[in-house]
Design a protein around this ligand. Structure first.
Ligand SMILES: [Zn+2]
Length: 160
């Protein structure tokens, strides 16, 4: 099972990933999920904890998994350094420090040396929802009556 789970639940994104074209440019190399100090943090995926420590004053945990190296901060973790952890296993607690201080958990993912948006892994499940949404729309006759309904769609409108 190589589908990661969010390290905190509910997974409410308070600041999305914003990559940069070049590594030295300013960017937000991860996704911030709403979290409070003391909240449980779980391993997004089975892997090995390869780093537990402090980087620039922020307590950081890194887990190497088959699909990415995940970094979580601020997290205070004990007794997991060097250990194998399973998907969903509690590895520590949300701590304080960094740009997420007391508000969120920063979740970073690195694949082949490049930072990617970790939510893309979680959102792989999204396509499963599409038939359900279509069915819901069909069952609402009122929704068909309005020809405009300019809102919200599948984004196909953006296609060239
Ligand atoms: Zn962040």
């Amino acid at each position: 099972m190589l589908t990661p789970v969010p390290p905190v639940t509910p997974a409410s994104v308070v600041r999305p990933f914003a990559g940069a074209a070049q590594d030295w440019l300013p960017a937000h190399r991860g996704t911030d999920l709403a979290a409070r100090p003391g909240q449980a943090v779980v391993a997004p995926l089975t892997g090995r904890v390869v780093f537990v420590g402090t980087i620039a004053g922020r307590p950081v945990v890194s887990i190497r998994t088959p699909i990415a190296r995940f970094t979580l901060e601020p997290v205070s973790a004990k007794d997991v350094d060097g250990r194998w952890v399973r998907t969903g296993q509690v590895i520590g607690r949300v701590a304080e420090g960094g740009h997420c201080d007391r508000l969120c958990l920063h979740w970073g993912a690195k694949v082949n040396g490049r930072y990617v948006d970790p939510m893309t892994f979680v959102n792989r499940r999204a396509p499963v929802l599409k038939p359900l949404q279509a069915a819901t729309t069909r069952s609402e006759p009122g929704a068909r009556a309005g020809p405009a309904a300019p809102c919200c769609g599948s984004g196909s409108r953006d296609s060239p």
